[in-house]
Design a protein. Structure first.
Ligand SMILES: NC(=O)c1ccc[n+]([C@@H]2O[C@H](COP(=O)([O-])OP(=O)(O)OC[C@H]3O[C@@H](n4cnc5c(N)ncnc54)[C@H](OP(=O)(O)O)[C@@H]3O)[C@@H](O)[C@H]2O)c1
Length: 435
């Protein structure tokens, strides 16, 4: 009988939400995985912060350690699965693993967004791959899709709803008429938002994922300062209702787009999309990414963007890749292939879209003319306007839908409009994304 291939020996760092899912599901589908990959998968050590904490999975005591170095120092371990989160300790762990030529699997988008360039250069030097399917959109296999299935395409755009917590909050505001604090509280009570939900609602969780997707698509590592990020904290129920009456839904969109001159636009913003577009019906904690390739055309990927089982499905798929390539990664992809064929990031002020503008103005004659003058002087056209009849004494809301203009010109218009005496509250501006 032929020798059985050696099992894949795993050092698991982190046994939290995702780590426990990986442990549980590796056991659950153990024989299926062995059949499919040709190798057994064996967890040799599990690092946690507190080994005596009660767990949802029964891990033998002798596997547990509180010392991440134990995973690195164990010469039998082939693969480090980094699921501790955070940046500094995760960076040290991943770097040490690559230095010892241990393959890395990680779900840590913040780590890759911040240190991807350096880590992938090290992976290349060490001929040791980093796999990171779980870092973007949880259970949706978008990383392998871009790297493998769409390898023959120039990526023209990716438009994603890639933060489940924000999407849940916006969905509940739209469906139930909750205001932002109520919807956030509900998301926290249901465990969708962290006790500190900052990165989810301020747009940066989606931005970290957008940096990874844009970097993969365009072959050079983008820096956080190259992209523009706004969260959903200032989206109010009144804007959701106005948008709906105009036929739009507000979503937190990550937009990655190649422009005609070869520049790359990357931004995360609450944006209006037509109610008829398929992304408008991506609700609750679900994620979706619309990818346009020059050969394939439009494709849509939809699924659970987070959670224990969906995310561990992605981690396990990376382990299966690692099992197939172990010992044979010389000359093969080590996680990121630089090519840089498609230009430079586009400055946010040069990006172009239509806009939604809501103002609170003095209920006097001539007000609209003053606003139209500011817009006209900056060559920004008005495509439609609504002014509800019911409003507070002396103050009238106006909603303007504006034609295509650069964000730079729009910001200047906003500055001038906010300075008008007749404008009584901070204007609300959102992009209208034509998809
Ligand atoms: N949650 C999701 O749905 C999801 C989806 C996609 C990607 N991710 C990413 O996956 C990673 C893990 O997320 P999570 O939700 O599973 O986090 P989590 O529930 O907070 O778990 C973190 C785990 O890491 C351990 N840990 C933290 N620092 C450590 C250290 N210095 N040494 C040893 N162990 C340490 C903790 O130990 P104790 O248990 O002892 O405290 C805990 O088991 C993050 O990068 C996250 O962005 C998560």
């Amino acid at each position: 009988m032929a020798d059985q291939p050696k099992p894949l020996r795993i050092g698991l760092a982190g046994l939290g939400n995702v780590g426990a899912g990986v442990y549980k599901n590796l056991l659950k589908n153990r024989s299926l995985l062995q059949e499919r990959t040709g190798r057994a998968m064996e967890i040799r050590k599990v690092a946690v912060r507190n080994p005596s904490k009660p767990r949802t999975v029964a891990v033998p005591d002798e596997l547990l350690t509180a010392n991440l170095d134990d995973l690195i120092e164990d010469g039998e371990i082939d693969i480090i699965v980094e699921l501790i989160g955070g940046i500094d300790q995760a960076f040290t762990l991943v770097k040490s693993a690559l230095e010892r030529k241990k393959i890395v699997v990680t779900g840590n988008k913040a780590l890759l967004a911040e240190h991807g360039k350096e880590l992938f250069a090290l992976a290349e030097k060490q001929k040791t791959p980093i796999y990171f399917e779980a870092a973007v959109a949880g259970g949706i296999p978008i990383i392998k899709t871009v790297q493998e299935s769409l390898v023959g395409n120039r990526i023209d755009s990716m438009i994603g709803i890639i933060n489940g917590t924000s999407n849940y909050i916006l969905t509940r505001m739209a469906e139930e008429g909750l205001d932002y604090p109520e919807a956030l509280k509900e998301a926290q009570d249901l465990g969708y938002a962290e006790a500190d939900p900052a990165l989810d609602v301020n747009g940066w969780d989606a931005a970290h994922k957008a940096i990874i997707l844009a970097s993969l698509s365009y072959g050079f590592w983008l820096r956080a300062e190259d992209i523009y990020v706004e969260g959903i904290q200032d989206v109010s129920l009144v804007d959701i209702l106005f948008a709906d009456s105009l036929g739009y839904t507000i979503k937190l969109l990550a937009v990655i787009r190649l422009d005609e001159s070869g520049g790359i636009e990357v931004r995360v913003q609450p944006s209006l999309i037509s109610n008829g577009h398929i992304l408008a019906s991506v609700n609750g904690v679900f994620n979706a990414i619309l990818v346009n390739g020059d050969v394939v055309g439009e494709t849509l990927f939809y699924g659970s963007g987070a959670g224990q089982d969906p995310t561990s499905s992605s981690v396990i798929s990376d382990l299966a890749d690692a099992a197939a390539r172990l010992g044979d990664c010389g000359g093969r992809r080590t996680g990121f292939v630089p090519h840089g064929l498609y230009g430079q990031p586009v400055a946010i002020d040069d990006t172009v879209s239509e806009y939604y503008l809501r103002l609170q103005v003095a209920d006097n004659p001539g007000v609209l003319a003053q606003i139209a003058t500011v817009l006209g002087n900056l060559d920004i056209g008005i495509s439609s306007m609504i002014q509800p009849e019911e409003h507070e004494e002396g103050i009238a809301p106006i909603v303007l839908m504006l034609h295509y203009a650069t964000f730079g010109r729009m910001k200047e218009a906003l500055r001038q409009i906010a300075d008008l005496d007749c404008v009584r509250a901070q204007p609300v501006l959102m992009r209208v994304e034509s998809l």
